[in-house]
Write a protein that binds this ligand. Structure first.
Ligand code: IMP
Ligand code: MG
Length: 426
């Protein structure tokens, strides 16, 4: 992805999340100087496998596993400080040193325990099947101009005053919702007093750091979380997350201008999954779905929930290419399809007997579409050892060619396993 003219690359999920962005970012980070997370929070779960070790990162950019990489948590992220430090300690335990190369935007909003209580008590959250990490309530407070930001911790007394009014408000809401639990102000104050001394030294104007890195000719990777169909504007609203997961959100959430971005890589699974509720037009029948889930290990990295599984949906990815301005695709988990003798691909939608070429805005309409399938022959050979396109059986090549044609963006990477080396650069 990086070349003399491409210094700033965005990596986004082009479906419903869990496409394997963690692995792609880890692979690309080898050539990057800076990796920035720009939206979402601990709802994300980015899995990276190195040798026999598996790392699941929720808050810290996946570039952290490369010693030479500076990692930034951007202003667009909602930061759960407790999860952040738990994750950081675990990395330290496993020998990853982060001193001097991990910074957090002083403009990032903090996820507080009362946000998680509100998420858990909310009927709306239940309907959507949120991750329960307090993401929605924290973004609500951000836009409601009631948020507490990382930079506020520089003046702890003032931050504790803010807390008092926020906890009181949260408890009023919890009472209205009929929830039994209440947020405790002393516990919140204790949390901030405990974590501020660790967090404040990491607080920085991260947008400025990115700006300077680019000015000095360094390579910057902007790491998205979730996927385009979970974008609060472009996704299957209201079954979406609370941030802009699409590439436009990268500039805002990292604190740079959109003209700084040189390329956008969309990560897609060779099939489709979704965790949580909402439409999934190419959802497979129970048997095939179960098989995909088993072979692909499709269980949520954050909540452990079984993911819903289905076939590649070209309408979704074509839409994603458009709304993200994708300049390339990375197809992941192709090896999961190794044993299937026939692989359906959703090429287009029909609605009420006619064509439906674009993603409808309303879920009510999306629930009515019927995917049109093309059935491609499987390759029935293990792909795990392939390192070049030429190593792939003709059926796998044909499958990728068809995906690329339907999606309308060039495939740049193909992943054939969880390990770092199991990648084909096209
Ligand atoms: P929230 O982001 O926790 O508010 O959840 C809203 C919706 O987004 C739910 O359907 C979640 O399952 C989904 N979601 C949030 N984060 C991820 C993720 O990282 N991968 C996949 N789905 C996610
Ligand atoms: Mg995930």
């Amino acid at each position: 992805m990086f070349d003399p003219k491409t210094h700033c690359v965005v990596v986004v999920g082009a479906q419903w999340g869990d496409e394997g962005k963690g692995k792609l970012v880890d692979v690309l980070a080898e050539r990057a100087d800076v990796v920035v997370r720009y939206q979402g929070g601990a709802n994300a779960g980015h899995t990276v496998v190195i040798g026999e070790e598996q790392f699941v990162l929720h808050q810290i950019p996946s570039g952290i596993l490369h010693q030479g990489c500076t990692c930034l948590v951007g202003n667009g992220v909602v930061l759960d400080p407790e999860t952040f430090f738990t994750e950081l300690d675990r990395l330290h335990d496993r020998g990853v040193t982060t001193s001097g190369r991990l910074f957090v935007s002083d403009r990032a909003h903090l996820v507080m325990p009362y946000h998680k209580l509100l998420d858990a008590a909310s009927e709306k959250s239940q309907q959507l099947g949120t991750t329960g990490r307090g993401i929605g309530p924290t973004y609500e407070d951000k836009y409601g101009r009631r948020g507490i930001r990382v930079g506020d911790l520089r003046h702890l007394e003032g931050a504790c005053d803010l807390l008092a009014s926020r906890v009181e408000r949260a408890n009023q809401l919890l009472a209205v919702m009929g929830a039994a639990e209440r947020a405790s102000l002393p516990q919140h104050i204790e949390l901030l007093e405990r974590l501020a001394p660790r967090l404040v030294p990491l607080a920085s104007d991260t947008g400025l750091l990115v700006h300077r890195a680019l000015r000095d000719g360094r390579r910057v990777l902007l790491e998205g979380a979730q996927g385009a169909l979970l974008d609060v504007d472009h996704g299957t609203y209201p079954f979406v997350t609370s941030s802009n997961t699409t590439a436009g959100g990268a500039a805002v959430g990292a604190g740079i201008g959109p003209t700084a971005v040189d390329g956008v890589l969309g990560v897609v699974k060779a099939y489709t999954t979704r965790v949580g509720n909402g439409p999934l037009p190419t959802e497979a029948t129970a048997g095939a779905g179960e098989e995909l889930r088993r072979l692909g290990g499709e269980f949520g990295a954050t909540t452990g929930r079984p993911r819903r599984c289905g076939w590649f949906d070209a309408t979704v990815v074509r839409y994603s290419v458009r709304v993200n301005g994708l300049t390339g695709l990375a197809v992941t988990k192709l090896d999961v399809l190794d044993t299937f003798s026939e692989i359906p691909v959703g090429t287009a939608y029909e609605m009420d007997g006619g064509d439906c070429e674009e993603m409808p805005a309303e879920v009510r309409m999306l629930e009515r579409v019927k995917p049109r399938y093309e059935v491609l022959p499987g390759w029935r050979k293990p792909l795990a050892g392939a390192r070049r396109l030429a190593d792939l059986p003709p059926e796998a090549r044909a499958y990728l060619d068809r995906l690329q044609d339907l999606a309308g963006a060039p495939i740049r990477y193909v992943s054939v396993g969880t390990r770092r080396d199991q990648i084909i650069e096209v």
